[in-house]
Design a protein around this ligand. Structure first.
Ligand code: ADP
Ligand code: ZN
Length: 715
C-alpha cells in the first residue's frame, strides 16, 4: 500500500498537508526526522501513518496522559490497534496490554517518558524484545531548556539511540526557534536527520485585537455570535478565571474554570467536560491547553495580554485544528502591558529580564499594529509573508463616515468662484490660501480664498475625490482636466442635502468568514447523531468525526455509501461502523426537503503532488491557491474549497503577480491600470485602504492589490 492509499483507507483524507508526505517517506526509508509544524498542522499523522505501513511496533512518547487517551481512542476508532501504558491503569489492564504487545496485536504504543528508563522499570528491556520499527517523540521541545516547556524527564530520552541504534526516530514540535531545534537534535542524538519546517501560518484563524474597554460587554457580544461553539478564554490570574466563569454561567453559558491551583480531580473533570462538549467555554490560565487535541475549538479569547508572541501564537493555535474558520480575539490595554513589565523582571538575572522585556515589547507592538497582523506574526517566526492577509482586523478595516457638508460647500463654492476653469491642485491651493504666485492675484481677492486653511492638502485631495465619486463634482477629460459642477452640486450649496465623508481613522468590521452553503438543519441532525454515537463509544464527539466532516456532509448531501466515502474524514473503518447511521439522517433530511446529492460539485480528488523533501515551505498556501487557479477554478471556488475568504485567495494570487509568474492583466482590466498606478504614486503603497477610498467603488481591493503587487514586482 502506498502512503496516499493508506491515508485514504485509514484516515479518510484525500491529500497530505504541509510536508507530511515527505516526512513519511523519510521514515519509511529508515531515516531520522525533525518536524516543526504549527499546532493543528497535522503532526500526529506523520508517525501514525508509517506505523500502519511498517511491520512491527511504533513507540510514541507523549508528555500528557489526557493526550494519549485521546489519540489512542482516535486510532482505535479508525481501526488501528493502539494502546497506552500509564499510571492511571491498574495492573490487570497493564498486563492485558503487555500480552497484546507480545502477541504483536498492537501497532502503536503511547508512553510517558518517565516510565521508560526509570531504574525500577524493566519496560525498556521488555520493549527491546519486541520488533520495534519506529520511535516518535511528540512535544520534543520539552527536552530543551531553551523551549518554553522544559521537562526534566524528557532528558532520559537521550538513551533511545543507544538502546535502539538502528530504529528511525521522529521528533515533533510546534516550537520553531533555532536554539531549541538544535538542542532537540543534539540531545536525542538524531542521526543526520532531515529537518522539515512547515509554514507556521494558520490561514483559517483570523486575528483581532480590541481595546480593553468594557471588555466584559464586548466579550458577551462576541460570545453571542458563537452560541453553539466551543472556545477557550485565557485570563492571567487564577482568581479571574473562576470569577469570569461564574459570571458567564450566570449569563446562561456552560463555562468552567481551569488553572494549576485546582485539585487534579477538578482539573480532569473540567477538561473532560470541555472535550465532550458538555461545557462549551473553558476559562483558563495558560496552564490549560497543552495536549488538548479537541479539533472543534472555534475561538480563543485572550482576556488579558499574553506575555510573549510564542505563547500567544500557541494558544491561538488551539482554535481551528479541523481547518474550519476560527477566531482569535485579544483585549489589549496599556495598563496590562505595564503590569506585565513587573512580572517580566527576573530577580538577579539581568540578561533573562532583558529577553523577557523584549518579548513583551514585541507582544505590545503586535497589539498596536496598523499593518497586517498575520504578516507580523509570520515575520516574528522568520517566515516571509505578503503585506495583506485579508483576514485580520487590520486588513478588514473599513472607514468611518462623518458629516462633511460644510467642507463640501467650501469646496463647491471655490469651484464656482473660479468659474469651473481650474483643476484640483489649483482649487486646493486656492482653498488653503496659498501665497504662491501660481494663484492669480485677482483670485486672492475673492472671499472664498483661504477658507480651507485648516484642512491639509492630502485631506482636501481625499475630499475632492470623494465628491467626484459621489457625483457632486466632475473632472473633465481634457489635457488639463478641470473641476466642474454637476446638477446635484446646487442642492449641497443651498444646504438642501448633506454629504458624508470618510474619516481617515478606521474601524474594524467583523471578520467575514466564508463557508460554502450548507444545510443548517441537517448539520444539527448530524451533530445529534454524532453525539449519541460518541456516548455509546464513550469518547468525545470529535473523535467520531470532526466538525469539518459533518460540514462536508451537510454541504454535499451524499446519498449512497460510495458517495459518503468521498467525504473527507471517512476512512474505511469509520464508513463501515458509522456510515449507515449518518447516511440515514442525510437521505431522510434530503427527502423531506426535496434535496439531492451535490457530490458532483465536490472537487475531484487531487492527485497527490510529490514535493521535494527538506525544503522549507513558506508560500505553500499561496502556491496551492495559484495551482487551483491555474487548473481553471474561480476565486470563489478556490475560497470555498480551501475554507478561506476570497480576499485571502486574491492576496495569494497577487503574490504571483509580484514574482512575475502571473500576468497582472488576468486580474485588472487595462483601462484601470493607470488610475490605480496614479493613486499609488500619490498615496504610497503601504496601505490599500486609502487607495481604495480615493479610487472609489469602481475599483475592487483585489484590483488595487494586484497593481500594487505588479508595481513591486521583482524585475
Ligand atoms: P498537531 O499535532 O500538529 O497539533 P494534529 O495531528 O492533532 O495536529 O492534527 C490536527 C487535525 O488535522 C486532526 O484532526 C487531524 O486528523 C487532521 N489532519 C491531519 N492531517 C490531515 C490531512 N492530510 N488531511 C486532513 N486532515 C488532516
Ligand atoms: Zn492581515
Amino acid at each position: 500500500m502506498t502512503p496516499i492509499q493508506a491515508l485514504h483507507k485509514y484516515f479518510g483524507y484525500t491529500a497530505f498537508r504541509h510536508e507530511q508526505e515527505a516526512i513519511i517517506k523519510q521514515l519509511l526509508n529508515g531515516g531520522d526526522a525533525l518536524v516543526l509544524m504549527p499546532t493543528g498542522g497535522g503532526k500526529s499523522l506523520c508517525y501514525q501513518l508509517p506505523a500502519v505501513l511498517l511491520l512491527g511496533l511504533t513507540i510514541v512518547i507523549s508528555p500528557l496522559i489526557a493526550l494519549m487517551k485521546d489519540q489512542v481512542d482516535s486510532l482505535n476508532i479508525n481501526g488501528i490497534p493502539a494502546a497506552y501504558l500509564n499510571s492511571s491503569q491498574n495492573s490487570e489492564e497493564q498486563q492485558d496490554i503487555i500480552n497484546g504487545l507480545k502477541a504483536g496485536k498492537i501497532k502503536l504504543l503511547y508512553l510517558a517518558p518517565e516510565r521508560l528508563f526509570s531504574s525500577e522499570s524493566r519496560l525498556i528491556t521488555f520493549l527491546k524484545s519486541l520488533p520495534v520499527s519506529l520511535i516518535a517523540i511528540d512535544e520534543a521541545h520539552c527536552i530543551s531548556h531553551w523551549g518554553h516547556d522544559f521537562r526534566p524527564e524528557y532528558l532520559m530520552l537521550s538513551h533511545f539511540k543507544t538502546e535502539f541504534p538502528a530504529i528511525p526516530v521522529i521528533a515533533l514540535t510546534a516550537t520553531a526557534d533555532k536554539l531549541t531545534r538544535q538542542d532537540i537534535q543534539d540531545k536525542l542524538a538524531l542521526k543526520n536527520p532531515a529537518v522539515f519546517i512547515s509554514s507556521f501560518n494558520r490561514p483559517n484563524i483570523s486575528y483581532t485585537v480590541a481595546p480593553k474597554k468594557n471588555s466584559y460587554q464586548q466579550l458577551l457580544d462576541f460570545l453571542s455570535t458563537h452560541k453553539d461553539d466551543s472556545g477557550i478564554i485565557y485570563c492571567l490570574s487564577r482568581a479571574s478565571t473562576e470569577d469570569l466563569a461564574a459570571d458567564l454561567r450566570k449569563q446562561g453559558f456552560t463555562a468552567e474554570a481551569y488553572h494549576a491551583g485546582l485539585d487534579n480531580d477538578t482539573k480532569a473533570r473540567n477538561q473532560e467536560k470541555f472535550l465532550r462538549d458538555e461545557v462549551k467555554l473553558m476559562v483558563a490560565t495558560i496552564a490549560f491547553g497543552m495536549g488538548i487535541n479537541k479539533s472543534n475549538v472555534r475561538y480563543v479569547v485572550h482576556y488579558d495580554l499574553p506575555k510573549n508572541i510564542e505563547g500567544y501564537y500557541q494558544e491561538t493555535g488551539r482554535a481551528g485544528r479541523d481547518g474550519l474558520p476560527s477566531e482569535a480575539l485579544l483585549f489589549f490595554s496599556a495598563g496590562d502591558a505595564f503590569k506585565l513589565q513587573r512580572f517580566a523582571k527576573v530577580d538577579g538575572n539581568e540578561e533573562q529580564s532583558r529577553i523577557m522585556l523584549k518579548k513583551l515589547d514585541d507582544m505590545v507592538k503586535y497589539c498596536q499594529l496598523q499593518t497586517c497582523r498575520r504578516q507580523y506574526l509570520m515575520h516574528y517566526f522568520n517566515e516571509p509573508f505578503p503585506d495583506h492577509c485579508g483576514s485580520c482586523d487590520v486588513c478588514l478595516t473599513e472607514f468611518k463616515k462623518f458629516d462633511g457638508t460644510v467642507l463640501a460647500q467650501k469646496a463647491l463654492s471655490a469651484v464656482t468662484r473660479l468659474n469651473q476653469r481650474f483643476g484640483t491642485t489649483y482649487v486646493i491651493d486656492f482653498l488653503r490660501g496659498s501665497k504662491s504666485e501660481k494663484i492669480r492675484e485677482e483670485h486672492k481677492q475673492l472671499k472664498t480664498y483661504g477658507i480651507g486653511t485648516d484642512v491639509s492638502k492630502a485631506d482636501w485631495q481625499r475630499y475632492f475625490s470623494q465628491l467626484t465619486n459621489q457625483g457632486y463634482l466632475q473632472v473633465t477629460d481634457d489635457q488639463y482636466p478641470v473641476l466642474k459642477l454637476t446638477n446635484t452640486s446646487d442642492a449641497i450649496l443651498k444646504g438642501q442635502q448633506k454629504v458624508e465623508f470618510i474619516l481617515a481613522e478606521e474601524t474594524a468590521m467583523a471578520a467575514e468568514i466564508q463557508t460554502p452553503a450548507y444545510e443548517g438543519g441537517l448539520l444539527q441532525d448530524l451533530k445529534t447523531i454524532r453525539f449519541n454515537l460518541a456516548m455509546n463509544e464513550n469518547v468525545p464527539a470529535y473523535i467520531i468525526l470532526s466538525d469539518a466532516t459533518l460540514l462536508e456532509m451537510a454541504t454535499y448531501l451524499p446519498q449512497t455509501l460510495i458517495e459518503l466515502g468521498s467525504i473527507s474524514g471517512f476512512g474505511e473503518v469509520k464508513l463501515k461502523r458509522y456510515g449507515e447511521a449518518f447516511l440515514n439522517v442525510i437521505t431522510s433530511y434530503s427527502q423531506q426537503h426535496g434535496l439531492s446529492s451535490q457530490i458532483s460539485s465536490k472537487r475531484a480528488k487531487p492527485a497527490p503532488r510529490s514535493k521535494a523533501p527538506r525544503s522549507t515551505s513558506a508560500g505553500n498556501t499561496q502556491r496551492e491557491s495559484f495551482d487551483l487557479y491555474r487548473s481553471g477554478k474561480s476565486i470563489a471556488e478556490i475560497a470555498a474549497q480551501r475554507s478561506l475568504s476570497p480576499t485571502t485567495i486574491e492576496s495569494h494570487l497577487c503574490s504571483f503577480i509580484q514574482t512575475g509568474e502571473m500576468d497582472v492583466a488576468e486580474m485588472v482590466a487595462p483601462h484601470k491600470m493607470q488610475p490605480i498606478q496614479n493613486a499609488a504614486e500619490n498615496y504610497g503603497t503601504d496601505r490599500l485602504a486609502p487607495l481604495k477610498e480615493v479610487l472609489g467603488d469602481g475599483y475592487t481591493y483585489a484590483e488595487i492589490k494586484a497593481v500594487v503587487s505588479w508595481l513591486k514586482r521583482d524585475l
